[in-house]
Design a protein around this ligand. Sequence first.
Ligand SMILES: [Zn+2]
Length: 431
Amino acid sequence: MATVDQLVNDSESTAKMLRESVKPLCRFCNTRLQHTFVDLGMSPLCESFLSSTQLNQMEPFYPLHVHVCSNCFLVQLEAYVSPEHIFTDYAYFSSYSDSWLAHAKAYTEQMRNRFSLGNSSLVVEVASNDGYLLQYFVQQGIPVLGIEPAANVAPEAVKKGVTTLVKFFGTETARELTAAGKQADLLLGNNVLAQVPDLNDFVAGMKILLKPQGILTMEFPHLQRLMEENQFDTIYHEHFSYFSSLTAEKIFAAHGLTLFDVEEIPTHGGSLRIYGRHAEDVSKPASARVIELRAREESAGYRRMETYSQFSEQVKETKRKLLEFLIQAKARGKKIAGYGAPGKGNTLLNYCAIRTDFLDYTVDRNPYKHGKFLPGTHIPIYPPEHIRETRPDFLLILPWNLKDEIIKQNAFIREWGGKFVVPIPEVRIHE
Ligand SMILES: [Zn+2]
């Protein structure tokens, strides 16, 4: 007969097993995720802007609890919400940022020259949005195909002459296109890899769609920049994965793709542009940049759990400093407005609990957002002209990655002594 002690032990181990079984699995290597990278609490979906009639209704909040895998070190968020829900009516139109358009244009010229693309090539972009990038290939007479799941942005792309397939990308879409005789000489995806819940199916799809001598490039925020520069606000429900070059290399290699070059670029606070090829295509040797970055990440500890576990405390400290600034400014009777309504702003404002008690309003250039309210914090969104009408003392720049562009466009606030505030990596005032 079991003793009381044995029964207690049994029920404790059952409880432990149950707790373990609800922990998510790594989306790349299937290891059970035991380690927290950072827990930003509960937050609404960052692109779910509210109309005034929705303000009195219940609003769904989901956890922003990020894990790091102890086996492959992929930093990741569970897909709490299905991509269908997030991306079918997406409010983000890439073409509303001048600097992002300039970046896209420069990329197309660089690729055309480096890889000798011409009118017999095919350039395929996954998550082609409103055609912000492929339009420049079209202008150069290079055939393109955009693949974009958000039905509301695709018609904008078609207006720019960008043939667009309204679909999610993965092995199924890749097989359909290949069967129809379409394979890519250049296959690209900017800021999409992070947003893919089924990472293995996505990368396997790239392997299928790429011509034998084809090149793929992908841009995504660099985990090292996120950690070193406190960019915790770039964590949101739509971003499922956060990559170092070491982890990206491992994931592509698992699908027969080799990264032969990498560039560190300034977009989105510091991104990587990786260049991949089929593992079988030995015509493209690894560049010195790939080898150097791998060595740098290794020596910075990106293969050790301790490196990841200190991030949480750094984030809490950033929150305390931002609140300290806002409280002091309000105590001095200052008026504070926001600039921009980006996804990252919503993570920051919800995590720090900044509502209209601190920010009177925010503005955005995207007319789709005017008259709406930020999710969770219910801060109203106006057109940029509202700044001149209300003359705030401080303008808190939420898309800090575009701060130079925004400060230049809004230099007129200095007429009444207005100042710019950039919250990340830590509060800084620009007079
Ligand atoms: Zn893993």
